[in-house]
Design a binder for this molecule. Structure first.
Ligand SMILES: *[C@@H]1O[C@H](CO)[C@@H](O)[C@H](O)[C@H]1NC(C)=O
Ligand SMILES: *[C@@H]1O[C@H](CO)[C@@H](O)[C@H](O)[C@H]1NC(C)=O
Ligand SMILES: *[C@@H]1O[C@H](CO)[C@@H](O)[C@H](O)[C@H]1NC(C)=O
Length: 390
């Protein structure tokens, strides 16, 4: 009885290749306590598994075993932080060499902790991605899905800060391979919107940050890019559909750069709403009663000096990355969140940096619609660069 309890509650894991030490990884606590890490985090290399527990949230994927993970990554300040996410392993036996891995980077949900996909309680939120995940699982891929730094866990999520996102996307693979040694080191990186940007940053970081991983390539759906061009344009437009996102962008930049005082850049009406970026998820920010009721030209002061913002946005623009492995970019032509012109520009820039990159566009397809419209092209690319039976 006692042994049974112990055996189901702990994993004895071999960690730290240097000294071959064994560490006991406990099952994590129930409820929100799962997201509060122990005071002292594992001090070995980033990507350590802190704890785990079975995952049954609304984002759980059918057709496999879902496990919630808390793990370490290098945070924006260079120290180890705890980041949450989950993994899904196909039912049945692993192939020889282990299940190939897809690491998925999600699109914008917000900055507040309850906006983390693993903490989300709105079942409608998982409907766009889940059919794709179920297809990948059925084809024999394991999937790992980070929440990102500070999203669900202590600290403020550095929204759209590329290196923070990229490290979250890579370190969850290490943690997942600790939990389930039958995951192979062959990986495809993928993501949508914010996660498209995150996927590209992860691809650029992987050779130095997680050199043990063999990255086969990257699949980016409607990746965010070129915001340093877009935000100054939006500032003068009477469009309110992106104001919630712009507010999150300002918050994310100021998390990464403490000398950037965004409060001096926004109007009094926007300043009154700005605290909501820390407490309300994207859908709520887009409502008329929030930033959705404020047009772009009512958000930023007409004479605001945007130079500090532009530096931050340029630093986090995926256009400047050097990526070695093949990339597929999928873009809806009717996307009014990530505009097609920004994606074409991104693709041309990456090509100019030497990337092997292909863009596919989809007529009459929206920002969220591109996941369904481009799903079969994405899967064809996936099975070519990383066949499921190795
Ligand atoms: C927001 O307000 C506009 C008009 O001001 C209205 O057309 C629209 O339906 C409203 N949207 C929501 C979600 O309430
Ligand atoms: C941080 O913000 C300040 C003030 O706008 C700016 O001068 C500086 O260049 C920014 N630093 C980075 C790394 O973005
Ligand atoms: C575009 O998509 C919408 C919604 O799916 C549909 O109603 C409309 O007929 C489509 N238009 C074209 C030109 O295909």
């Amino acid at each position: 009885m006692m042994w049974g309890t112990l055996l189901t509650s702990f994993l004895l894991l071999s960690v730290g290749s240097a000294n071959d030490a064994c560490r006991i990884v406990p099952q994590g606590p129930e409820g929100d306590a799962f997201y509060q890490p122990p005071a002292s985090l594992p001090q070995e290399d980033h990507g350590a598994l802190i704890w785990y527990r079975p995952f049954t949230g609304t984002a759980a994927v059918s057709g496999g075993q879902n496990t919630l993970l808390l793990y370490t990554q290098e945070g924006i300040n260079g120290n180890q932080v705890a980041t949450s996410g989950y993994m899904v392993v196909p039912d049945g036996d692993a192939p020889e060499g282990g299940w190939p891995v897809i690491t998925w980077a999600h699109g914008t949900t917000g900055i507040a902790d309850q906006c983390a996909p693993t903490r989300d309680t709105d079942p409608s939120d998982s409907t766009t991605d889940e059919p794709l995940f179920e297809d990948w699982l059925s084809k024999g891929y394991a999937i790992v899905l980070t929440d990102y730094e500070g999203l669900g866990t202590p600290g403020i999520h550095p929204y759209l800060i590329g290196n923070s996102e990229g490290r979250a996307v890579l370190d969850i693979i290490r943690a997942a391979r600790t939990y389930e040694p039958k995951l192979s080191n062959h990986v495809v990186i993928s993501g949508h919107s914010q996660g498209g940007q995150a996927a590209l940053f992860a691809a650029a970081l992987a050779p130095s940050y997680t050199p043990e991983l063999e990255i086969a390539g990257t699949i980016a759906f409607a990746p965010v890019s070129n915001l340093e061009i877009e935000i100054p344009i939006l500032k003068n437009l009477a469009i309110d559909s992106l104001s919630g996102t712009v507010a999150l962008i300002l918050r994310g930049l100021s998390v990464a750069n403490s000398s950037l005082d965004t409060s001096t850049l926004i109007t009094p009406a926007a300043a009154a709403l700005y605290p909501q970026t820390l407490t309300v998820c994207e859908k709520g920010l887009d409502a008329n009663s929030s930033f959705g009721g404020l047009a772009g030209d009512q958000l930023l002061q007409p004479n605001a000096d945007l130079s500090g913002i532009i530096i931050g946005l340029t630093d986090n623009d995926a256009s400047y990355l050097k990526i070695q492995k093949p990339i597929l970019v999928l873009q809806g032509e009717a996307d009014t969140t990530v505009y097609p012109f920004t994606t074409t520009d991104l693709v041309n820039s990456l090509k100019g940096n030497g990337a092997d990159i292909t863009e596919k566009t989809y007529a009459n397809t929206t920002h969220t619609g591109v996941i369904a419209a481009g799903g079969s092209d994405a899967t064809n690319f996936l099975t070519q660069i990383l066949p499921a039976t190795q």
